[in-house]
Ligand binder design. Structure first.
Ligand code: SAH
Length: 385
């Protein structure tokens, strides 16, 4: 693996805890952390690392502002502050997307676009977000502005597309609040469809500016394939995809199952999920919007059961409502996909106390140079056939 150099802003940016640590060593640390927390349940398989751990992120974001001399800068907030740390090159984000941000910065002066000043509330451009479909090559640029009016917006689109014809859509997002949240509520598509598509495990997914989509598509395919193989689907199973986002795991599972129900709290994501099912011509999957715990409580109360539950909660993990309903319903298999081994350990303890057995644990590297680690766990009731 080629050494891609050193990150010049690692300390100030705070995004990567493992900059300066050899990649092999990073994997070792993650493996150790997993074993410390999870070995008591079952053998922890070796973490699946990346062949090339650089420039893997399909989504990037820069905050725009000025330095003390008045030069336009683009970067990231220093951890815990609102000071912008200029970032010229990031070693984990898509390179093409970074070039686009540089182009945008270079165009601001001739278009007389002022960057936003948090203290005075003066200026227009706050942030730029770029998302790229690694398989499809489609690129979305989101310009986050403090006001809905952008002068010469069509010429601006022309200029960035001239430099980067790969851009397939440009969206204006209006954020007029004093907030550290990046995106505001209002959106206005000024070029293209307002979303990009990407492919994972043979399915196509549409991604809107606000939808959750795994940031490391190369490893996501490995993650999903492992999860599906753990479920051992034969085409006869009824399946739940809990915390389903835009429906990715459920749709990949639906190809091998009788029926899938996805449940997700975020309304935009559910809308994308339904559209995705339609576009992929899948008839055996449906989506419900709501709290996954409450959905499971209702299912359990009606005496409904399923064969497999996939669960992929956020970092906070699941909750007692959800877990106690799983226990009540008693699916043969639970496939838990976790982005936080600490809450995973807590939730596994609960399931193990209530007669589930942990059969397999597979860590998957999704976030090189950071300390985050993803884990897939197979639990079952009794012996697996
Ligand atoms: N499985 C998806 C998304 C995982 S991220 C994928 O692989 O892409 C976790 C998801 O859980 C997010 O989409 C978030 O909106 C959703 N979520 C958070 N709290 C929830 C809750 N209480 N009930 C249902 N979904 C929830």
């Amino acid at each position: 693996m080629a050494n891609q150099g050193t990150c010049l802003v690692a300390k100030k940016c705070g995004g990567c805890q493992y900059q300066g640590v050899a990649y092999k060593e990073q994997l070792k640390k993650k493996q150790q952390m997993e074993e410390t927390l999870l070995k008591k349940f079952c053998k922890v398989e070796n973490i699946i690392g990346m062949e090339n751990p650089y420039y893997y992120r399909n989504k990037m974001h820069r905050t725009f502002g000025r330095d003390r001399k008045g030069n336009t800068i683009s970067g990231t907030y220093q951890e815990g502050t609102h000071r912008i740390v200029p970032v010229e090159e990031c070693l984990i984000e898509d390179q093409k997307s970074q070039e686009i941000v540089h182009t945008i910065r270079g165009l601001l002066k001739s278009f007389k676009i002022k960057t936003y000043d948090e203290d005075t509330g003066y200026g227009l451009l706050r942030h730029v977000l770029v998302r790229r479909g690694f398989k499809t090559g489609e690129i979305m640029v989101v310009l986050v502005l403090s006001s809905p009016i952008m002068p010469s917006k069509n010429n601006f689109v022309k200029a960035i597309r001239k430099a980067h014809p790969e851009i397939t859509t440009v969206v204006l997002n209006v954020n007029d609040k004093k907030t550290s949240m990046i995106l505001g509520e209002r959106e206005n598509t000024i070029y293209g469809k307002g979303f990009i598509r990407d492919e994972l495990c043979g399915c196509t997914f549409r991604i809107s500016p606000k939808s959750f989509y795994q940031v490391n598509p190369v490893q996501t395919e490995i993650l999903y394939q492992t999860a599906i193989s753990y479920a051992g689907l034969t085409g006869k199973e009824e399946v739940i995809d809990a915390y389903c986002g835009i429906g990715t795991i459920g749709m990949v599972a639906a190809k091998h199952a009788k029926k899938v129900i996805g449940v997700e709290l975020n309304g935009d994501a559910v809308r994308d999920a339904r559209m995705n099912a339609k576009e992929n011509k899948m008839q055996n999957i449906e989506f419900r919007q709501g709290d996954a715990g409450e959905f499971m409580v209702a299912m359990a109360a009606k005496g409904q059961n399923v064969d497999v539950v996939f669960m992929d909660p956020p970092r906070a993990g699941s909750d007692e409502k959800f877990l106690s309903s799983v226990v009540k319903m008693g699916p043969k298999k639970v496939v838990y996909i976790s982005c936080n081994p600490v809450t995973l350990e807590r939730d596994l303890k609960y399931l193990v106390k209530h007669k589930y057995e942990v059969k397999k644990i597979q860590p998957v590297e999704m976030f090189p140079f950071t300390e985050h680690v993803e884990t897939i766990v197979l639990l079952s009731k009794g012996d697996l056939q």
